[in-house]
Design a protein. Structure first.
Length: 332
């Protein structure tokens, strides 16, 4: 896949009420929902901003800039990584007619980045490129649920060339695998679709002395159950003394919002967490859903979804807006 040219739309976060919550009800809502389904489709984009300093800024108004994909494409699942003084966003690119691939762009400054460049493709869907550093090497774990594997890639020539280092797990249906090092242990958090569930509804936890494995299943698996926060939504981080795990809220809509969950107990025998705050899509410009978050000292990045005209002939007359969506819809 060749490089694709992004468009930039500046915005500013305002308030915390989601567009779905503020939508009308009754006949008007049904009319909107019918129009959305017939005339629109959901498209994910990226949004990033220069940070002011502390983790508490996550809930405050920040100036964002959207990175818009080309027509019929989506950008989602962003992760930041800084190397050699340069900061990159790794993310998924997919279209309505093709499965996902992994790409990156370099942040050049507020509201500016390079054109995306595809770095990883497979015969199956790839997404959620969790990128991290270990023992002088850079690694990446993409979601490869369609292949029923959890694969570890190593950078051969960062950031453009990657090679499969090893398969960490096979014959598994895990989504959005996220690693975290705490104490002297590596922890692997991953989403799983429980029996009878329509979406990822379980969080499974594994542990190892090395990110290369072998990985041991936590005795309390699944450690979290429910579509409200089980599926990982970005890397874990510390907010002061508290360890925080972002989780997708898909209880009403797929990827509607992000819950920040305080990890109260993380040990080889126990795991407990409790909710801290819910990050709404209305905190991002032109977005009605968000499901992945990452940040570092200087930058914050999330993805957002809004509905765009489905048909080419309608794009000149219909606006791109974050339509309200019907509850329990998994439409993206």
């Amino acid at each position: 896949m060749s490089a694709v040219t992004p468009r930039f739309i500046s915005g500013r976060a305002t308030g915390t009420e989601s567009s779905s919550q503020s939508a009308g009800s009754g006949a008007l809502f049904r009319a909107f929902d019918f129009c959305r389904r017939v005339c629109y489709y959901g498209r994910w984009h990226l949004t990033f901003a220069a940070r002011k300093g502390s983790e508490a800024d996550l809930a405050h108004s920040v100036a964002f800039c959207n990175i818009e994909p080309p027509v019929d494409f989506s950008y989602a699942d962003p992760f930041l990584f800084t190397n050699g003084g340069k900061t990159y966003i790794f993310f998924e690119i997919y279209s309505r007619t093709s499965h996902g691939v992994i790409a990156y762009c370099e942040i050049l400054g507020p509201g500016r980045c390079t054109e995306p460049r595809v770095i990883l493709e497979a015969p199956y869907h790839l997404s959620y490129p969790f990128v991290f550093h270990w023992e002088n090497e850079i690694y990446l774990i993409p979601e490869s649920l369609g292949n029923e594997t959890v694969d570890l890639y190593r950078a051969v020539a960062f950031p453009d060339r990657w090679a499969l280092d090893r398969t960490l797990m096979a014959g598994v249906k895990f989504a959005d695998t996220t690693l975290h090092f705490e104490g002297d242990t590596w922890w692997l958090f991953t989403g799983h679709q429980g029996a009878g569930a329509k979406a990822i509804s379980e969080l499974h936890l594994f542990m190892s002395e090395s990110p290369q494995g072998p990985w041991r299943s936590h005795p309390r698996n699944p450690v979290v159950v429910g579509e409200h926060c089980s599926r990982p939504a970005g890397r874990l981080f510390h907010m002061g003394p508290q360890l925080v795990r972002p989780g997708q809220d898909s209880s009403r809509l797929y990827g509607e919002a992000i819950w920040l969950n305080r990890v109260d107990v993380l040990s080889p025998t126990e795991y407990r967490e409790s909710p801290l705050m819910r990050l709404e899509a209305a905190s991002l410009p032109r977005s009605c859903r968000t499901h992945t978050l990452d940040f570092n000292e200087h930058w914050q990045v999330q993805d957002g979804l809004r509905y765009v005209p489905r048909f080419r002939w309608s794009r000149a007359i219909l606006p791109e807006i974050p339509f309200p969506a019907k509850a329990n819809s998994d439409e993206a």
